[in-house]
Design a protein around this ligand. Structure first.
Ligand code: NAG
Ligand code: NAG
Length: 433
């Protein structure tokens, strides 16, 4: 009687084979993903002839790209639930570069007219970027956009090394928060930086994070950050006169020049015409503070928007009901801050907006939004009350912000929700003791 049963060798072989396969197809060796994604997707497999042109049938591309059926169900649940039926192919293009899990992945979304910006970001940054790339439903336009993407990936190693493209489509282009959710979900490292492609990262956000780690005086801030209970804010600026900006580099050459330009009114906070959006960052303080004089955001108002670095698994999302222009990032920031996540400003970091005519004209036109800002605020407040109450935290320090800012909305019904949730919170707190 042999000591080791014969079948165990087959088991060993099978395990080794599975390990080999998963190792070869894993998009992020550093993270050790075991989910099998298609290795190489060729859109030309899905073409048909139309008036002498070869067009990609995007319906077929999205429907027939071989994805694990469970992944397919999850994607449907996560993104196709609204009336716009967003479709997603994760890792349509997979970056070749391997990065450490502590690296910051920039997350953003864009259309083909911003691919030039993506090239610039990738060349400058040489760090992971996770992009939701939107293609329009019309086959002719989609084909053009897919071929352009292929061409750029073939000719720019900075893209193929650093950038993951997640292909998305829908009848509605303006779903920024859905696209951000896609880019965030499939970010391959433990840290993310929410970004818009129209911004130039003048400084290195990765360094910003590392410097914060090394220099922050209050170690509790570092602990908050590591536990997903804080985010680091990168101040964002815009040129007052875009014509002046076109004649020079988009970025100030140094923090010192940034300060001069800010004080002589050449450069200002991004979207300064609507102070609610930026005022809480305290730009006057940011421009002159030493790069390690980190400070906390304390003057939050509804509408405030940030670009921030935080842990990928922090408990915050981009509300997908905010379709159309405006408020999408405000919704994200409000949810972040009111649910108790601290915001610390990195004064040594800065980003500058590149003016883009077609976007600026329609900025903040909320008429096409599927949910009004007030309805959203009420719903978010109610949701945060309930969540904090269930954890027994609403009546403690974590709940203070939500209670203060939500009460300021002055809606009696929300106030009675709050009273009930406060009672629940005390009960939940008592049960825990
Ligand atoms: C595109 O593909 C879908 C799904 O395979 C198919 O039903 C449709 O007829 C195709 N359209 C064209 C124009 O080939
Ligand atoms: C502001 O400062 C910059 C840099 O020194 C200079 O180029 C620019 O002309 C100044 N603008 C004004 C309005 O003083």
């Amino acid at each position: 009687m042999p000591l080791i049963p014969r079948w165990s060798w087959y088991l060993l072989l099978l395990t080794a084979a599975i390990w080999l396969v998963s190792r070869q197809t894993s998009p992020h060796p550093s993270v050790g993903s075991e989910i099998l994604w298609p290795t190489q997707i060729d859109p030309l497999k899905y073409t048909y002839s139309y008036q002498g042109n070869e067009l990609v049938n995007t319906t077929a591309l999205f429907d027939q790209t071989p994805l694990d059926p469970i992944i397919k169900s999850l994607l449907k649940k996560a993104f196709a639930h609204n009336s716009y039926e967003a479709k997603v192919i994760p890792y349509y293009k997979k970056r070749k570069g391997a990065f450490a899990s502590e690296d910051v992945t920039m997350i953003t979304w864009l259309t083909s007219d911003r691919l030039g910006r993506l090239v610039r970001l990738a060349e400058k940054r040489r760090a992971p970027i996770s992009v939701a790339y939107y293609i329009p439903p019309r086959h002719k336009l989609a084909t053009r956009d897919l071929l352009l993407l292929d061409k750029l990936f073939d000719t720019h190693p900075s893209l193929s090394q650093n950038v993951d493209i997640h292909l998305v489509t829908s009848s509605e282009l303006l779903q920024p928060n859905t696209w951000r959710t896609v880019a965030h979900t499939f970010a391959g490292t433990e840290w993310v930086l929410l970004w818009d492609a129209d911004f130039e990262a003048c400084t290195d956000p990765q360094k910003g994070l590392e410097e914060f780690r090394a220099n922050v005086r209050d170690k509790k801030w570092l602990k908050n950050l590591d536990q997903g209970r804080a985010a680091l804010v990168i101040p964002s600026y815009e040129w007052v006169d875009p014509a002046f900006a076109r004649k020079r580099d988009l970025c100030p050459t140094s923090k010192k020049e940034l300060s001069t330009l800010f004080h002589n009114l050449t450069l200002d906070a991004f979207e300064t015409h609507n102070p609610v959006l930026s005022h809480a960052t305290e730009y006057n303080r940011a421009v002159d503070a030493a790069s390690t004089d980190y400070y906390e955001v304390t003057e939050f108002e509804f509408g405030y928007e940030v670009y921030a670095i935080f842990r990928r698994d922090a408990d915050v999302w981009y509300d997908q009901r905010l379709v159309g222009y405006g408020y999408d990032r405000g919704a994200f920031t409000a949810q972040l801050y009111l649910s108790g996540i601290d915001l610390y400003v990195l004064p040594g970091q800065y980003a500058v907006h590149e003016e883009h005519p077609s976007y600026t004209e329609r900025r903040r036109d909320s008429s096409g939004m599927t949910i009004s800002w007030l309805t959203f605020q009420l719903d978010m407040c109610h949701h945060i009350f309930q969540r904090l109450a269930a954890k027994g935290e609403l009546h403690g320090p974590t709940g203070e912000r939500a209670i203060q800012h939500c009460s300021e909305l002055g809606i009696p019904e929300l106030q009675s929700d709050l009273d009930r949730c406060l009672m629940d919170s005390r009960n939940a707190g008592a049960r825990r003791q």
